[in-house]
Design a protein around this ligand. Structure first.
Ligand code: ATP
Ligand code: MN
Length: 467
């Protein structure tokens, strides 16, 4: 017999109201309160939506008295009864309980998720239980909705979702350090004092976890036109910042027959679509983030959805930074990479909104970006947003075989191992462009959460890969 047959989710109950004659709910206790009038009010949540459902129990009811005394935060239960218009609860409806059964008890002295305000640092010790809190439940639903909206955006425009490999022999772009993957016995190897023989390794050569699906994505774009990838990427950067993870999800569209202008247009339309989606599809969660996390959360998204993004060259940005009175921790010089503090100054202080910076010095960008006629800059673009800084990095790709080959050599990479990539220019190369959006930075931006460790269920950072 199915145990969920007669069950309604709280989200369904709140939609249908008291029109449902009698039903069964299941969930976890959030709070319990006993009134002098002999009633117990138990709020439960089942994860289906932000709201709790209030259960009303009559303490004198012989069947309930004993159970009421065993209900603590974290206890799971199933209850059946009548849905009635709520007298004092926070929702329009509440349940007058006729029968109740505990599914799993929770020791009130040991349960780490209390009613008191818990810090994000504290909750990181309990990544397996933090989804029981309002904040992390809301973030999980927001992540899901944003992922759906990403697929929706590209699907509507005829982009094909391509699944690029996780394990790869490309050390793509020198974009941060890659995690090596091996089945060689490292302890034995160390004891022998010998150098590793990669011919004996699983793939017969050194391989790593992917830092980006872009290069493989380009291969499909140059056959299918418009594609995107959406999957996990890995970077062993030893940077303990509030915007970097060792494992994060990236969305990478790639378009054939496109230049940097087309790339910027796509990026802007994409971010606008996602801001609107958050407002329309997660209104209750966004309201919560506005109240509890970032007072500007909603206004900011509305503004981004409606205002054109500022476009500015890297060179102009550097001039503005150099002539400003602001005290920066890192100095700015033409040719150096912008730090988060610079990016935030531009978006928060100068333009008060998203800024697309273009035409970066070629020395600080990857080998595959199209070199400009000045031979100093490349057709790169980064989208910067307030609160985060860089959220998107993209470029028009170098489509000239000779220029690309010499760039590969200049950067100390091997043209031999990138032969397949060069083939894409050798056989029917076309102008093409794309970008990468860090999914967690997007969630950070939309929710206003300060630390990237709190917008992915199980964060991986230097020294931390436990649950
Ligand atoms: P940053 O300069 O911020 O370290 P990057 O220039 O190395 O980023 P790209 O290689 O351009 O990043 O990657 C594309 C996007 O992926 C970035 O715009 C960002 O949104 C995201 N991203 C990059 N590195 C990380 C990371 N370690 N953790 C989370 N997101 C990341
Ligand atoms: Mn970048």
């Amino acid at each position: 017999m199915s145990i969920r047959k007669n069950r309604l989710k709280i989200s369904e109950i709140l939609q249908k109201g008291t029109t449902v004659p009698a039903t069964q709910v299941m969930g976890w206790v959030r709070t319990k309160r006993e009134s002098k009038a002999g009633l117990a009010f138990v709020e439960i949540n089942d994860g289906s939506c932000f709201e709790n459902l209030q259960l009303v129990l009559t303490m004198a009811d012989a069947g309930l008295t004993d159970i009421i005394s065993q209900l603590y935060p974290g206890t799971s239960l199933q209850a059946a009864g009548k849905l009635v218009t709520s007298q004092g609860g926070r929702q329009a409806v509440e349940m007058q309980v006729e029968s109740i059964e505990i599914l799993g008890s929770a020791d009130p002295h040991a349960y780490p998720i209390g009613k008191q305000k818990m810090s994000y640092e504290y909750l990181r010790e309990y990544t397996h239980l933090r989804p029981r809190t309002n904040t992390f439940g809301a973030l999980a639903r927001l992540r899901d909705m944003m992922a759906q909206s990403i697929h929706e955006f590209f699907h509507q425009r005829g982009f094909i979702w391509v699944h690029t490999p996780i394990i790869t022999a490309n050390d793509c772009e020198g974009a941060g350090k890659a995690f090596q993957v091996t089945t060689l016995d490292l302890a034995k190897l160390a004891a022998s004092g010998k150098a590793p023989d990669f011919e004996k390794d699983f793939f017969g050569e050194p391989v790593n976890l992917t830092v980006s699906g872009q290069l493989e994505g380009e291969a499909y774009a140059l056959s299918l036109g418009d594609i995107y990838t959406f999957g996990p990427t890995f970077r062993a950067e030893n940077s303990n910042t509030s915007r970097h993870l060792a494992e994060f999800w990236m969305v990478e569209p790639e378009m054939a027959f496109a230049d940097l202008e087309d790339d910027m247009e796509l990026a802007e339309a994409f971010l606008k679509h996602l801001c609107r989606a958050a407002l329309e599809k997660c209104p209750r969660e966004m309201e919560f983030f506005r109240e509890r996390v970032e007072p500007n959360a909603i206004a900011r998204l509305e503004e981004i959805a409606s205002k054109p993004f500022v476009r500015l060259s890297y060179t102009e940005a550097v001039e503005r930074l150099k002539s400003s009175d602001e005290k920066f921790q890192y100095p700015v010089e033409w040719g150096s990479d912008l730090q988060s503090e610079h990016e935030r100054w531009l978006t928060e202080k100068v333009f008060q909104g998203p800024v697309i910076l273009t035409d970066y010095p070629k020395a600080i960008k990857a080998f595959y970006m199209k070199v400009n006629d000045d031979n100093r800059t490349v057709r790169a673009m980064d989208v910067l947003v307030p609160h985060i800084g860089e959220i998107i990095g993209g470029a028009q790709r170098e489509d000239r075989l000779d220029v690309l080959t010499s760039r590969i050599q200049e950067m100390g990479l091997s043209p031999e191992s990138l032969k397949w990539y060069l083939d894409l220019r050798r056989f029917g190369g076309v102008p093409h462009a794309g970008f990468g959006l860090g999914f967690e930075r997007l969630i950070q931006f939309v929710s206003g959460m300060g630390n990237i460790r709190d917008v992915i269920p199980f964060p991986r950072t230097p020294g931390h890969a436990g649950i």
